[in-house]
Write a protein that binds this ligand. Sequence first.
Ligand SMILES: C[C@](O)(C(=O)O)[C@H](CC(=O)O)C(=O)O
Ligand SMILES: [Mg+2]
Length: 301
Amino acid sequence: MLHTHTTPGSRRRAFRERLASGRLLRMPGAINPLSARLVQETGFEAVYLSGAVLAADLGLPDIGLTTSTEIAARAQQITRVTDLPALIDADTGFGEPMNAARTVQLMEDAGLAGLHLEDQVNPKRCGHLDGKSVVPRADMVRRLQAAARARRDADFLLMARTDARAVEGLAAAIDRAKAYVDAGADAVFPEALADEGEFEAFREAVDVPLLANMTEFGKGPLLDATTLENLGYNIALYPVTLLRLAMGAVEDGLRAIAADGTQASLLPRMQTRSRLYELLGYEEYTAFDSAVFDFTLSPGT
Ligand SMILES: C[C@](O)(C(=O)O)[C@H](CC(=O)O)C(=O)O
Ligand SMILES: [Mg+2]
């Protein structure tokens, strides 16, 4: 009931241990707290909070319009209902190094296991769009140093994302990644690598855990988990997959109701009432409630 049994500290330690295991961690992006419950129930060991999804959820494009406090509030709703370690997309840190530092503390307070900061300029854009720009390497180093210093829990994971591959090429992206690790990044997210060979080259060059972004309709290949594990990657990210699936189903459903005047044909595709109640843990709440009402007061109390 109420779903969580663990502290943020223990989730952070579990996340770090899992990343050190050498086994690939598959990480889907939750759409909301309820879908995070499903991510946990279906056996995944960590959950992602995508900036693209957080923005789209508000009906906004992924161009740096959301604020750190908005995403922290949403993150907290999610970390409250899952024991899984959660990694959040903190975009560029929302401003100057000082803002990145504050963002780290907000995300720690939201119960997250870690965040990633990217080296794009403000305002950022989706990593798979054309026309991105990156800040000078030294600026990103300052961003990361400020973030690392702001941490109050040494286990909170600081991941550096570099968008430089699309702007400056692979060699420059690798050089940046190394500088970011020296600046305090615990893990690296090389964005928009073009092919398997590039994933391999990155792995050879960088010693810390690496994340592979398996976002759909993007610039890179959709490599399967076995391939990524053999390449030595630590995280396979499916950041927007659940949103795309859900929105595809929602749109089809709306069109069917509009066309047919009934949702009858859609029932086999729906989550049933009993499955929803199971996911929400109704039974445990009922048990808790009847325990409260079964309680017998001693005379005089
Ligand atoms: C990972 C990402 O940063 C996100 O916000 O989920 C996006 C995903 C996407 O837009 O497909 C990105 O790759 O920039
Ligand atoms: Mg993003």
